[in-house]
Design a protein around this ligand. Structure first.
Ligand code: CP3
Length: 354
């Protein structure tokens, strides 16, 4: 494997010294880029794109050709795992994800199984291998998965949801069933992430997009606990280097202390917490990734710069910060504003690393 030419992302996650603060953007390969839309049209649909390793590699690299990002993230989706568990995923235009066979009953839960990452999910591992080869050591490659709780919301609701009526109904009425579902999903995620490391992923991120919808007690019992179990089962070294793990619970700002105990190297932050305050709470234990409101990218490049400056100042001196957005980049953002964001992070952060 080619030597890594830029390892500041991995170094920052391990709180090792860096020259400038590394930066990448959640959903950096996506619809705000015209070249992504062109490749998706060529592929046919979003899932066809995910299942085609050459085209998935192409869109993974597209944002790196435009911006000097410090990491690449595998182009895929968190819902590949429940799809491989037999739920029948499709993306209806304008409607988001839909599962044809949602999990609603004890019999449905009993039918769930741990998919073979090199079987049903081989297309993901092929994408990881292809991307690693094409990156040729430019920047590290991030592999990822959804958290069991976040995957469960889609598996039980059958798609996106605002109220979580079905999945919370199951959680409150049949906690035994919910735990069974989460347990098999946690095993599936552990194997899936380990296979990504074997295929070449150099860091891992767990997306708990809907953990923040839970009560504090339920967050610990139904989300955090399973993420800690997954992290305990992960391979943490590859090519003689540590494979850092980032844990991101959207809306998890009030739970940073217990999150920092889950075994991850870094916590992802959304924009509702002050990153300086977050560092004071958990800084000795974990690095932090985040946390500019993605909507700032709708404002002018000058305003984007001042917001980057404020977040860098709030984090303060020293390593342990990976700059990112607090959630995925929106599809109507002007790519030139994303360029201004990345440039501002590199230009304005050097004084914090002297
Ligand atoms: O960050 C990246 O560039 C890597 C790619 C990535 C995608 N999805 C591509 C995608 C990653 C890391 C994800 C994770 C994901 N997927 C999450 C967790 C992160 C988050 O955003 O909270 C979730 C909840 C999903 C589920 C999902 N996938 C939904 C709800 C949707 C539809 C939403 C929408 O904006 O339409 C997707 C589709 C999706 N995943 C797209 C992309 C680029 C848009 C699909 C398209 O091209 O039409």
């Amino acid at each position: 494997m080619a030597e890594l030419k830029n390892d500041r992302f991995l170094r920052a996650l391990l709180k090792q010294p860096v020259d400038v603060t590394p930066v990448w953007m959640m959903r950096q390969a996506g619809r705000y880029l015209p070249e992504y839309r062109a490749t998706r049209t060529k592929a046919g649909s979003f899932m066809d794109l995910c299942k085609n390793p050459e085209l998935a590699c192409e869109v993974t690299i597209q944002p790196l050709e435009r911006f000097p990002l410090d990491a690449a993230i595998l182009f895929s989706d968190i819902l590949t795992v429940p799809d491989a568990m037999g739920l029948g995923l499709r993306f209806a235009e304008g409607e988001g994800p839909i599962f044809d066979r949602p999990v609603r009953t004890a019999a449905d839960v009993d039918k769930l199984f741990v998919p073979d990452p090199e079987g049903e999910l081989k297309y993901v591992m092929d994408a990881v291998r292809t991307i690693r080869r094409e990156l040729d050591g430019r920047v590290p490659l991030i592999g990822f998965s959804g958290s069991p709780w976040t995957l469960a919301t889609y598996m039980v609701e059958g798609g996106s949801s605002k109220e979580f009526a079905q999945v919370k109904g199951m959680l409150y009425d049949r906690p035994d069933l919910m735990h069974k579902l989460l347990e098999v999903t946690a095993q599936a995620v552990t194997q899936y992430l380990n296979a990504q490391v074997d295929a070449g992923a150099q860091a891992l991120m767990i997306f708990d997009t809907w953990g923040g919808a839970l009560t504090p007690r339920d967050y610990q019992e139904f989300s955090l606990r399973y993420m800690a179990q997954i992290i305990a089962g992960l391979k943490r070294e590859a090519d003689g280097r540590k494979v850092p793990v980032v844990l991101f619970t959207k809306g998890g700002g009030q739970w940073l202390e217990p999150m920092a105990e889950a075994g991850a190297d870094a916590l992802g932050l959304d924009w509702t917490v002050d990153i300086g305050a977050a560092r004071a709470r958990v800084g000795a234990k974990v690095a932090l990734q985040g946390n500019m409101d993605p909507c700032v990218l709708y404002a002018s490049p000058e305003r984007i710069r001042s917001e980057v400056a404020a977040i860098l100042a709030a984090y303060g001196q020293g390593s342990g910060h990976v700059f990112n957005l607090g959630h995925g980049i929106h599809q109507h953002v002007n790519p030139e504003h994303a360029a201004a964001f990345v440039e501002a992070v590199h230009q304005l952060s050097a004084p914090y690393h002297q």
